[in-house]
Every structure is written in C-alpha cells, then in structure tokens.
Design a protein. Sequence first.
Length: 250
Amino acid sequence: MPEALAAALQFEGLGWLVAGTVLAGFVRGFSGFGTALIFMPVAGQLMSPIWALTVLVIMDVFGPIPNLPRAKRDGNMREVAFLTGAMALALPLGLMVLSAIRPEVFRYAVSILAMLVPVLLLAGLRYRGPLNAPILLGTGGLSGFLGGVVGVPGPPVILLYLASTRLAAQVRANILIYLFAFDLVLIAILAFQDKLDAVPVILGLILALPVMLANMAGAAIFRPARERLYRAGAYVIIAAAAISGLPLWD
C-alpha cells in the first residue's frame, strides 16, 4: 500500500486529473450530469481505460452525496429504479467489451460520444412521449452497456430527460441519482471481478474531495429559472473536453 500511495502521488499528469475533476464536478453540481463526459476524455489521455474507469467511479461516488437529499425530494424514484435495474444487467456485458478494445479506440469512442450529446440536443431533439417502463428499461440497458465499454453511462439518460418536457429540477435530480447508482453498481462489479487496482483506487480517493467540493459549488449556483444558461455552459465544456481527448492531438 505505501508503494501504491507513492505511485499515485507521483502519477504523471496528476495536475491535469485534478483540473478535469474540478471542472467535471462543478458542471455536475449545476446540471446533474457531466462528470464522465468531461473527466473521461481527460483521463483517457493519461492512463489505461480500466484505470480511468476505476478512478472515475471511486471519486465520483463521493461527489454527489451532499446533493442527494435535495435530488431525492425533486426526483422520481420509480423512474430511477427502472433505469438502474436495466443498467445493472447490461453493465457486465459492456465491461467485457472494454477488456477487448485498444486504448486509442476507447479514447475515440469516449470523445465522439461526449460530442454527440450536445450536438443532438442543440439540433432540437425532443421526446414528447410517455416515460413508461419499456422506454426507461431500454434507456437504462443502453446506458449500462456504454458505461461498461467507455465509462460514459450518461448520454442515453441525459438525452432522454433533457430532450423531454420535464422540469429542470426533476431532470437534474433523476440524472444525478441514477449516475450515483451507476457508480455503486460498477464498484461492486469491479470488486467482484478483482479489477480494483490499488493505484487508481488511491487516485480516485485523492480526487474525491475536489470533486465533492466542486459539486457543492455547482449546486450552490443552480437556479431552475436559468435552465438554458446552465445547459449551454455544460454543452460548451463537454464539447471542449471531448475535442481535447481525441488521439489525433497526440
């Protein structure tokens, strides 16, 4: 353990990880999403896919905790339960695919997926149908698969809710609680599969406090009346992180 701690503290690119963590946590605090979409393109440049996924899930599980009581009041727990159940079934399949792909493919997939979310939403995509069980189960399953393959579970759920006509407070709450549940399920699966290496776990713990403080700061500025402004800010930051993470810049 002392060797792993020393390796984590001396990790090349730790400063970039901290910067990406703070930015990702801040965006998640005011929008309810964005941690993986911002952090993974940054982390993918600095470490292996499974390490990046481990660091993300360890640090991210702490970040939303201060905001959970408010999210529980604003959210719809029935919908979150449907999403989470399907996600838990699909996530192991995604992790199987992750173990078989090359790091550069992983980075391209993360960045392209992150860029696709704001593009689709800015294009005016809207879902006005009912958020019934089949829709929620399908969305949760796709989210779990993508979360396992590229560490970015958010896009299907984000697209579903942000393209709906739901109020901003409920959208933010449902996404926040669902992504927290994803973190818990992923940690359990990685532990069961003995894939929680010491160095990325320690890095995740080191980054837990910055991401939690950034979440709190982002939540403190959240005002439902400024929904469009928050979304626009989140889209710009996500797109910038995605573009910076493309392997073609290496």
